[in-house]
Design a protein around this ligand. Structure first.
Ligand code: NDP
Length: 222
């Protein structure tokens, strides 16, 4: 039975990843920060751990818990959009978006990628098309865009470091998805997005290491 690790699984895309991998018979290790969300993940059959991705001690604790694990597929999902209004960002807004979307990845990926490399497995991070500099045609959500562009940089470094050991590491745009972040008017359901994300990552070969892909596998310019 293959093992999936989902970081940030309380709701939205992360929760749907847990649901679909469990439905396919995978062993699933998942994280959430609230006790009621950990209970809900346990009821789905996941091995659930408490993790606030901005908490350094909690990340170290997760590292200990995962020490001997061999992970076939890992997803780093946890993320926040930050302020909906554009303009002069407060220090608090900047810190919370950058700590959640970037600093957490810089701390978690060095722990997770070797566990994925040990199975010659796959690692996906939930970026956003809004991160793309080459394909950019709007400037709304500037802080979120900057954070996801920085996340893409962290993913490329992870791919360069851990790809040669066997991990295939990919940054994904999940689509505009009907979740708390995407809103009810979004283009696709979480079920649709996750079905595509899982298939695209499962079909990725080592040649895709270090790429930035839409949920359906279409490349996105950095
Ligand atoms: P949601 O807002 O529905 O869910 C966000 C998830 O991130 C929740 O599980 C939340 O946990 C978790 N999270 C946030 N901060 C932390 C933290 N400090 N520690 C642990 N977990 C945390 O978002 P989506 O499911 O829509 O998005 C998932 C990912 O996909 C995000 O990275 C997002 O940027 C990206 N994305 C989404 C798009 C969309 O249209 N929905 C489009 C492009 C990218 P909690 O419940 O505890 O808050």
């Amino acid at each position: 039975m293959p093992t999936a690790l989902i970081i940030g699984a309380s709701r939205g895309i992360g929760h749907e990843l847990v649901r679909q991998y469990r439905a396919d018979g995978w062993r699933v290790i998942a994280t959430a920060r609230k006790p009621e969300d950990i209970d809900s993940l346990t009821r789905l059959g996941a091995e659930a751990h408490a993790l606030d991705v901005t908490d350094l001690d909690a990340i170290a604790g997760l590292g200990w818990k995962l020490d001997d694990e061999k992970i076939d597929t890992a997803w780093l999902v946890a993320g926040i959009y930050g302020p909906r209004s554009d303009g002069f960002p407060t220090q608090d807004d900047f810190d919370s978006v950058m700590h959640t979307n970037v600093l957490a990845a810089m701390r978690l990926l060095p722990i997770v990628a070797p566990l994925v490399a040990s199975t010659r497995g796959k690692l996906g991070v939930l970026s956003s098309r809004m991160a793309s500099i080459g394909g950019r045609n709007g400037a709304n959500g500037s802080l979120y865009r900057a954070s996801k562009a920085a996340l893409n940089s962290v993913l490329r470094d992870t791919a360069i470091t851990h790809g040669p050991q066997g991990a295939t590491c990919i940054a994904f745009h999940p689509g505009w998805v009907q979740t708390d972040m995407g809103g009810s008017a979004a283009a696709i359901s979480a079920e649709h997005s996750v079905r595509d994300l899982r298939a695209t990552l499962a079909n990725a070969t080592p040649a895709a290491n270090g790429s930035f892909l839409n949920h359906d596998g279409e490349p996105i310019p950095w």
